[in-house]
Design a protein around this ligand. Structure first.
Ligand code: 8YV
Length: 323
């Protein structure tokens, strides 16, 4: 495959905030001078030493770009995010300087929805425990695995009916689920599904609550103690968005006391170092932020990160701009 945009005569300096798969690193290294920030022991010294000539940032959804980083790069023009979520980029700092920001929407939507649905099924039907039952010999020594509760036909709430929420809902139609959603307003394309504006009311009407909201300061802890209490001891919370959408302390309290039935989570505050309280729970399914993690999708995301940087430095329109 040949890239449409030629290698610049003068290599352009890019700050690489986190690692990418080898195929992406090869392409980026072939076209730009990449500065591997994530390998630096002293981040501040690294920025002070190399920041003067850096014109672009290549980052990942969960790593973003902070104000401190942006301000350390006087020639910064563009931030290319590998991920649809750009909540970790300080957009105010970027806007102040007219720095462009891009993300990787659409290409990951269906994989994220797939994993969310898989997490719901795996947790509800006890599949991880079921495998342990087989491998430990319990099946042979103790007999049948404990019964679990049904998924199909139950009530599901989708908190945030954007691209990912829509794909989750579409899949759950196939499970005959009763679908309701909360968003800033009812959506024309969702007339078959019930709109419930208030997240607490949505949770009260749900057996399964999916969190599929784009995170921002406005959505921080939108799933708080009240929403969790409304979901209740039979309810399951599934988060494939960002940890900041959930009050994690409230979630842990509710899971420990069984005030909430269970949770299936792909994202955590401070990940990958999650709160150790999660590790002691028997009513959670924990995933390592991998909802977009298929080879096909990650290749498409990596290409978009590169295409956005290339387009910017070639003076062409950005394929997927945020700012
Ligand atoms: C991550 C994501 O970016 O799309 C997002 O917003 O959180 C993910 O796709 C991914 O883990 C790569 O870092």
């Amino acid at each position: 495959m040949t890239d449409p945009i030629p290698t610049p005569a003068t290599p352009i300096d890019i700050l690489q905030v986190g690692p990418y798969p080898a195929w992406d690193e090869e392409r980026l290294n072939a076209h730009f001078t990449m500065h591997r920030y994530f390998e630096a022991a002293n981040k501040a010294a690294f920025l002070a030493e190399r920041g003067a000539n850096i014109r672009g940032i290549a980052t990942r959804g969960e790593l973003g770009a902070s104000r401190v980083m942006i301000e350390a790069l006087p020639k910064l023009e563009v931030i290319s995010v590998y991920g649809v979520g750009y909540d970790a980029v300080d957009l105010v700092a970027a806007k102040e300087r007219g720095i462009r920001v891009t993300n990787t929407p659409d290409v990951l939507t269906k994989d994220v929805a797939d994993l969310g649905v898989a997490m719901m099924l795996a947790q509800a039907r006890g599949m991880i425990g079921g495998e342990a039952w087989v491998k430990s010999g319990n099946w042979a020594s103790q007999g049948l695995y404990p019964l679990k509760s049904r998924v199909h036909g139950k009530r599901v709430g989708i908190l945030g009916l954007g691209r990912i929420g829509y794909e989750v809902a579409r899949r759950l139609v196939g499970f005959d689920m009763q679908i309701a959603y909360s968003d800033t307003g009812p959506k024309d394309f969702a007339s078959d599904w019930r709109f419930i504006a208030d997240p607490v009311a949505l949770a009260a009407e749900s057996d399964f609550l999916f969190v599929t909201l784009a995170a921002s300061a406005a959505t921080r802890h939108i799933v708080g103690r009240e929403v969790i209490a409304a979901l209740g001891p039979e309810g399951m919370l599934i988060n494939i968005s960002r940890a900041s959408n959930i009050d994690e302390e409230a979630l842990l309290d509710a899971l420990e006391t069984k005030a909430l039935g269970s949770a299936a989570l792909d994202v955590f505050e401070g990940e990958p170092k999650l709160n150790p309280r999660f590790l002691a729970l028997d009513n959670v399914l924990l995933q390592p932020h991998m909802a977009s993690g298929t080879v096909e999708t990650r290749k498409a995301m990596g290409k978009l990160v590169f295409d956005n940087l290339s387009a910017h430095f070639a003076g062409q329109p950005l394929p997927t701009p945020v700012l």
